[in-house]
Design a protein around this ligand. Structure first.
Ligand code: ZN
Length: 330
């Protein structure tokens, strides 16, 4: 009996304690053997024998539980010591990640406009014809639909070809004044040096009373924005056509590679086209039920900005995930 208590106390690990448990309390253990002797004990002494045995069992059990708890605590302690991390250790060669240049450029663009109180809006990538085309003054059979080769699903929905549907959705659920940008992925059936099937846009929309919004406002804000992004470049607005704005303009900056003298990148023109903009066409306001308001909108390709800012020649390299390209942006 004392022998058993000693054994329990001296068990050094939970594993060896478990073996002792089987030895004492198991079906073929020491206690079972003692209880088996009951049948040979004469009647009058049986009761006292059983009581003694039960007392012994309770004592051993209590001892066992205590040792088990001790060992468990000890093992937990030593495991925690072994797994401890010294956060003060000096790590001279820690490898830092970096933002992808497209994400980084998108953040810079969004930061500029949110600082001017534009709110950031988003919408679904799977769109319907109304939000992606119809409400933007692109009725069915309109030739300008060919400008944007579209991925269609069998149920007639499509992958949005621009983030403009976000402008429509915002106007349909909110009253003016509106001052938003819509950054996000867009999709077109196109693939070459300067086109990929998926790319990113940021579009902006401002709508307010007629007296408060003009082409002059638009020109000021885009000029300031482009100086912020590209430094001291010359900027020109060229008349253009978009179905959802009238008048419309394309905006060029003086070539950041040759300073305007003409090179391969700018096709010897000295200018680089960077965004499109215009005053919102009244047909768009009619489609969303707005009256007596004026607005301007603009849109740009984020990859184009990233390529110009970081001097990247092939658009596709932005999507190939080559770690050698990405490592340069740490
Ligand atoms: Zn140039």
């Amino acid at each position: 009996m004392e022998n058993m208590e000693k054994k329990i106390d001296e068990a050094g690990t939970l594993e060896s304690l478990e073996k002792i448990r089987v030895e004492i309390f198991g079906k073929k253990g020491m206690l079972a053997a003692e209880f088996a002797k009951m049948k040979d004990i004469p009647g009058p002494e049986k009761k006292a024998f059983a009581e003694g045995l039960n007392r012994l069992k309770a004592q051993l059990l209590e001892r066992f539980e205590r040792r088990h708890a001790q060992l468990e605590a000890e093992e937990m302690q030593s495991r925690m010591r072994a797994e401890a991390v010294d956060v003060s250790l000096y790590a001279p060669n820690g490898v830092k990640g970096a933002l992808h240049p497209v994400k980084d450029t998108m953040d810079r663009i969004v930061d500029y406009f949110t600082a001017l109180n534009f709110s950031v809006e988003s919408g679904p990538m799977v769109e319907d014809d109304f939000h992606n085309f119809e409400a933007l003054n692109l009725p069915k059979n309109h030739p300008a639909r060919d400008m944007q080769d579209t991925f269609y699903f069998s149920d007639g929905t499509l992958l949005r070809t621009h983030t403009s549907p976000v402008q429509i959705r915002t106007m349909m659920k909110r009253k003016p004044p509106i001052r938003i940008i819509a950054p996000g992925s867009v999709f077109r059936r196109d693939y070459d040096l300067t086109h990929t099937p998926m790319f990113h846009q940021v579009e902006g929309l401002v709508v307010d009373e007629k007296a408060k919004v003009s082409f002059a406002n638009l020109k000021w804000i885009l000029t300031d924005f482009l100086h912020e992004m590209f430094g001291e470049v010359d900027i020109r607005f060229r008349p253009s056509f978009f179905p959802f704005t009238e008048p419309s303009a394309e905006v060029d900056i003086s070539c950041i590679f040759c300073g305007g003298s003409g090179c391969r990148v700018c096709s010897r023109t000295g200018w680089l086209e960077v965004l499109g903009c215009g005053v919102v066409d009244p047909n768009v306001f009619e489609a969303v039920g707005y009256e007596d308001v004026s607005g301007y909108a603009f849109g740009l390709g984020v990859e184009r900005f990233a390529m110009l800012i970081h001097h990247i020649a092939d658009l596709r390299s932005l999507f190939e995930g080559d770690i050698r390209l990405l490592e340069q942006f740490r």
